[in-house]
Structure formats: C-alpha cells, structure tokens
Design a protein around this ligand. Structure first.
Ligand SMILES: Cc1cc2nc3c(=O)[nH]c(=O)nc-3n(C[C@H](O)[C@H](O)[C@H](O)COP(=O)(O)O)c2cc1C
Length: 168
C-alpha cells in the first residue's frame, strides 16, 4: 500500500509499505522509527494510505493517525520476518547515504554474516510495528464510462460510522 506522511510544516512524503495485518481497528505495517516516515510520524501522526487492485479496478483510501504498537507486538512481527530480512534490517540503517560501491558491498557482507551466524537475530528497538487507526475510509469501485462508485465512511465517536455516496 502507499503510505503518506507529513512533517508538521505540511511537507508530504509517500512510499510503498507492506500491509502486514488488517485488524478490526487498525492497518498494521512495519518500519524503522528513525526512517523518514518514522520521524515524520513521531512528530505528526496524521497519515494516509492508498490500496489499489488493478485487476478488479478497486481502490481503498484510509486517513487517520499512525502510531507505534507495543514492544510485544513489534517482537511478534519481527519473529514472523524471514531471517534474511532480519539480517538486512540489522546490517543497515534505512535512509543513510551510501558513499561508494565498496560501502554497499560491505553492507551486503555484513548482512550475509549476520544471516549465517547460528544465533537468533534480536529485534533492534528501532524496528517497530505501526498501526494506522482509520478516521475516514473510502471504497472506490471503478466502472466503464467513468461512472465509478464511491462510498465514503467517516468515524463518529469510537464505535459509529457515518457514510455517504460521493459523485465520481
Ligand atoms: C513492494 C514494496 C514493499 C515495501 N515494504 C516496506 C515495508 O513494509 N516497510 C518499510 O519500511 N519499507 C518498505 N518498502 C520500502 C519503502 O518503500 C521505502 O523505500 C523505505 O521504507 C524508506 O522510506 P522513507 O525513507 O520514506 O521512510 C517497500 C518497498 C516496496 C517497493
């Protein structure tokens, strides 16, 4: 899914992240808290995601607040991560500049060494599961001739949602 975050000054950034879980109250994804998105969310939890299914011509857009989940939930997500991904996460520092090809190859070697060691790979405290708690959700269903269907849901209090149809 495409995750958009913003600084407090309103400078927006977007990137693809994996939707790891769709809970009844949140969309769960994972990242590093020092990454650009992590820093932006720490300062400003307002976020949006877009999911698009080309084959069925459907889109879901969600806005709300994204917050780090508990250490226990982050641990659980880390355990589900493949060992190669764990090793790469520990060996690298997402977003840091790489100044030479040699430095890049060194990172690969470091990840390989961590992967090959017998020990379990501990979760770095910077690796976190995040939950996006929806405030609005729009379901968009495409149709030919541009007469798309749009259903817009908006949270009203903690357990109730108002919805309306929007023109395409
Ligand atoms: C298909 C795909 C899946 C990705 N999944 C994740 C993910 O789950 N978590 C993540 O932090 N980055 C993921 N990335 C990398 C991000 O798009 C991005 O490059 C990285 O998180 C750094 O973003 P930032 O500097 O804006 O924080 C994925 C990229 C692609 C193309």
């Amino acid at each position: 899914m495409t995750l958009s975050t913003a600084t407090l000054a309103g400078v927006v950034s977007s990137r693809t992240v994996l939707l790891k879980r769709n809970d009844s109250d949140k969309l769960v994804f994972e990242s590093e808290d020092f990454s650009r998105k992590g820093r932006e969310l720490a300062a400003n939890p307002q976020a949006a995601v877009t999911l698009y299914w080309k084959e069925v011509h459907r889109q879901v857009t969600v806005t709300g607040q994204a917050r780090p989940l508990s250490d226990e939930e982050s641990d659980e997500m880390w355990r589900q991560r493949g060992r190669a991904n764990q090793a790469a996460t520990v060996a690298t520092h997402e977003g840091d500049v790489i100044s030479s090809l040699e430095e890049e190859l060194e990172l690969h070697k470091k990840a390989d060494a961590i992967f090959s060691a017998a020990a379990p790979i501990a979760r770095p405290s910077s690796y976190r599961a995040y939950g996006l708690y929806p405030v609005t959700i729009e379901f968009w269903e495409g149709s030919e001739a541009r007469l798309h269907r749009r259903l817009f849901y908006e949270q009203q209090g903690s357990h109730s949602w108002a919805w309306r149809r929007l023109q395409p």
